[in-house]
Design a protein around this ligand. Structure first.
Ligand code: FAD
Length: 293
């Protein structure tokens, strides 16, 4: 099923993101965790693409397995930065052959080696280059793109970031998923600005439950997200007690999600980090809102 159709229904729904194993030996344990998450019957699930593409086959294997065993609509991520046209074409064909209908088209992060390279020689410099190739392929993919309520770290300012976001959407993006954020007001203000800029596709709010104190530094490094005082004091207070931190992190994410639904944001994607218990608790906390009580 095309994810666009789910998002446009206009009723509160929740989906989960999982990541593929890094090695073959970890495949079974990751598959087990992902299957537990799929058993919650989310509206869809996304499977990330390992940086550099080394685990691309696992992304497809996990997506295929869940779709077949649980019938959950799947979104496979694909990155392109510094890839060749040939390798991307092969990955697009593999997705089509695997029956993937939904693709999250991403640039991918720059590694330190890439930073100094001559980027004018790359076949793919931005996600928009991949989106154009996906649109030209023979498969009729539903295409997702990433967006950044707090501005992409490489952008000079929000105006420029939104200008390129509009270009990306106009190239064929059917929906956008946000980077994690911990203050909903940042999303509301971002939505106002992108709608004003003429971006009308559905926007899925990405929520990261922080359940371990060690995740905080990584989350800030990855996303540059602003941490509200309420969140910082929660980590200060409970960070050294794993059970308390998990409970508090789930409660914080739940609170954010309820506020989103209350303000008319119907599409929420939880970065579940392959933790079925966290996914289950968050879903249970909003079960009546989702009509799953
Ligand atoms: P782009 O849309 O290309 O934007 C990157 C930067 O370039 C921005 O600053 C943008 O403003 C600027 N830009 C865009 N177009 C132009 C242009 N034409 N000219 C000049 N500047 C331009 N990474 C992974 O490796 N695997 C994953 O599975 C993955 N999943 C993700 C899921 C979500 C929801 C998000 C938000 C991020 C994900 N990432 C993933 C991380 C992502 O790859 C990085 O954030 C990356 O740095 C940017 O990717 P993008 O697709 O947003 O890039």
């Amino acid at each position: 099923m095309k994810i666009k159709k789910i998002l446009e229904a206009g009723v509160p729904e929740m989906s989960f993101e999982v990541f593929p194993p890094k090695t073959e030996s970890a495949f079974e344990s990751v598959q087990g965790a992902v299957r537990e998450i799929a058993a919650l019957r989310p509206s869809f699930m996304s499977v990330t693409y390992g940086a550099g593409g080394g685990t691309s086959q696992y992304t497809l294997d996990i997506a295929k397995d869940i779709k077949k065993a649980f019938g959950v609509p799947m979104l496979a991520h694909l990155t392109c930065v510094s890839s060749t046209k040939e390798s991307v074409r092969a990955r697009i064909e593999a997705m089509k052959d695997a029956g993937i209908e939904n693709v999250m088209a991403l640039r991918g992060d720059l590694t330190p080696e890439m930073e100094g390279a001559d980027r004018s020689r790359w076949a793919y410099r931005y996600a928009v280059d991949l989106i154009r190739d996906l649109k030209e392929s023979s498969a009729d993919f539903c295409i997702g793109g990433a967006c950044y309520p707090e501005v992409h770290p490489e952008s000079a300012n929000q105006k420029e970031d939104i200008k390129y976001l509009k270009e990306k959407v106009d190239a064929g993006v059917d929906f956008l998923t946000t980077q994690m954020f911990f203050d909903n007001n940042l999303l509301y203000s971002f939505l106002y600005k992108i709608r004003e800029a003429g971006i009308t596709v559905p926007v899925v709010a990405g929520i990261m439950p922080i359940t371990r104190a060690t995740q905080v530094a990584r989350a800030i490094k990855l996303s540059g997200s602003f941490m509200p005082h309420r969140f910082v004091s929660l980590v200060d207070r409970f960070g050294s007690d794993p059970d308390a931190m998990k409970q508090a992190g789930i409660a914080y994410a739940t609170d954010q999600i309820i506020d989103l639904y209350a303000n008319g944001i119907t599409n929420v994607h939880v970065y579940s980090m392959n933790q079925p218990d966290v996914a289950a608790k968050i879903q249970a906390n909003v079960s009546a809102i989702l009509g799953k009580a």
